[in-house]
Write a protein that binds this ligand. Structure first.
Ligand code: CP3
Length: 336
C-alpha cells in the first residue's frame, strides 16, 4: 500500500507531499454523474458496491494518495432514529429537530447495525484499494447544528438559542452525540479504515469562550478514545481565532481552511502536521495562478513537521477533472 499519506499523518516527511481532496468523489466528475443519474445520493451511500466504486473513482482518475469513504456526516443520525433526506435543490434535512431539553427524549441510543452498510463498504474498500482509506464523522457540535436546525444554516439561531437558554441540556445533547460518534468511529476503525477525519465545519460560528465550553471537550474526548486505533485529522473552518484551543486537542493532523495563514497556524500549533489549505475556488482560475499559489503553499507549509496537501474545503462542482489531475502531478513532482 502507498504509505506517503500515513507517514505524513505520523509527522514524517515522505519523499513527496501526499495529496487528496475533500469531496474528491462528487458531481464535478462525469464518472460520478453517470452513476448518480441512476441512483439518489442516499441509495449510493447505502449500497456498499456503489459506495465503494465511487470512493475509488478519484483514486484511479486523479492518482490521489488517500481515499475517503463515500458517505455523509449525517448518516449516523439514522442509527439514532432520525430521518435524513437529501433533496436535490435544498440540501440535507434532518427530522425531528431537537431544540429544547424536553426534545432530548426523542433521541435513541445508537444502533449501529442500522447503518451496517458503512462497515460493509469499508471492508470492500480495504481489499481493493492500494492507498489508505480515511473514515470520518462530524464533530458532535457540527452534528448538533443539523439536529437542532434540521438543515444547513447561515445564522444558527436555533443552535445558539439552545446553548444560551438551556446550557445544561445542550451539554446533555453533546454527550449523547459524542458517545454515538465514538462508537461509530471505533466501528469504522475495526472495519479497517487507516485514519479518521473529524469534520468540524461549523466550529467557527462559536466565540472562543463558547468553543472552549461547548465544543472542545467533546472533540477532545473523541480524540483520546480514537488515537490508539488510527491517526486522527481534525478539519475546522473559520477557526483562525481558535487555534490556541485546537492545539490542546492533540490531534495527529490539523486540517485548515484557506482563511488561516499556514505559517501563523504552524507557530500557534507548535509545528504539528498540517493538512490544507488552498481556497477551492483558486482551481477555477488561470493555470499559472493556480500553480503559483500551490508552490507558495507547499513552501510555506514546510514549517510544519509534515504536510498533506488538500483544499480548505470540498472540491467545487465547477472544477475541471483535468485541472485536478495536473495539480496532483505538480505536487507529486515538486521538490523543495
Ligand atoms: O469528501 C468526500 O468525497 C467523502 C464524502 C463526503 C460527503 N459529504 C459526500 C456528499 C463527506 C466527507 C461529506 C461531509 C459533509 N456532509 C460535511 C462536512 C464537510 C463540509 O462539506 O463542510 C457536511 C457539512 C455535510 C452535509 C451535506 N451533505 C451537505 C450540506 C450537502 C449538500 C451540499 C451539496 O453539495 O449538495 C451534502 C450532500 C453530499 N455529501 C453530496 C456528496 C457527494 C452531494 C450529493 C449529490 O450527489 O447530490
Amino acid at each position: 500500500m502507498k504509505d506517503a499519506f500515513l507517514q505524513a499523518c505520523r509527522g514524517i516527511r515522505p519523499t513527496y507531499t501526499p495529496v487528496w481532496f475533500m469531496r474528491q468523489a462528487g458531481r464535478y466528475m462525469p464518472e460520478y454523474q453517470k452513476i448518480r443519474q441512476k441512483y439518489d445520493f442516499l441509495t449510493m451511500c447505502k449500497t456498499p458496491e456503489i459506495a465503494a466504486e465511487v470512493t475509488m473513482q478519484p483514486v484511479k482518475i486523479l492518482n490521489v494518495d488517500a481515499a475517503i469513504l463515500f458517505s455523509d456526516i449525517l448518516i449516523p443520525l439514522e442509527a439514532m432514529g432520525f430521518k435524513i433526506e437529501f433533496a436535490d435543490s435544498s440540501g440535507p434535512k434532518v427530522s425531528p429537530t431537537v431544540r429544547t431539553g424536553s426534545d432530548l427524549k426523542n433521541l435513541r441510543p445508537v444502533e449501529l447495525p442500522i447503518i451496517n452498510f458503512v462497515f460493509e463498504t469499508i471492508k470492500i474498500l480495504t481489499k481493493e484499494l492500494d492507498v489508505p482509506l480515511i473514515g470520518f464523522s462530524a464533530s458532535p457540535f457540527t452534528l448538533a447544528t443539523y439536529v437542532i436546525e434540521g438543515r444547513s444554516s447561515k445564522e444558527f439561531i436555533n443552535t445558539k438559542r439552545f446553548i444560551f437558554s438551556e446550557p445544561e441540556s445542550f451539554h446533555n445533547l453533546m454527550e449523547i452525540l459524542t458517545d454515538a460518534t465514538i462508537q461509530y468511529l471505533i466501528e469504522q476503525a475495526k472495519a479497517g479504515v487507516h485514519a479518521i477525519q473529524i469534520f468540524d465545519t461549523w466550529a467557527g460560528i462559536l466565540s472562543p469562550y463558547d468553543y472552549e465550553v461547548f465544543c472542545k471537550p467533546y472533540v477532545k474526548k473523541i480524540v483520546e478514545k480514537l488515537k490508539s486505533y488510527v491517526p486522527v485529522i481534525y478539519f475546522c473552518s473559520n477557526t483562525s481565532g481558535l487555534l490556541h484551543h485546537i492545539k490542546d486537542l492533540e490531534v495527529d493532523v490539523v486540517s485548515l481552511d484557506w482563511r488561516s495563514d499556514i505559517r501563523d497556524a504552524c507557530l500557534t500549533l507548535n509545528f504539528q502536521p498540517l493538512q490544507g489549505n488552498l481556497d477551492p475556488l483558486v482551481l477555477l482560475g488561470r493555470e499559472n495562478e493556480i500553480f503559483k499559489r500551490i508552490k507558495n503553499l507547499l513552501i510555506q507549509a514546510q514549517c510544519a513537521k509534515s504536510h498533506i496537501f488538500n483544499l480548505g474545503h470540498g472540491v467545487n462542482i465547477n472544477t475541471s477533472v483535468d485541472v485536478l489531475k495536473k495539480v496532483v502531478d505538480f505536487i507529486h513532482e515538486f521538490r523543495f
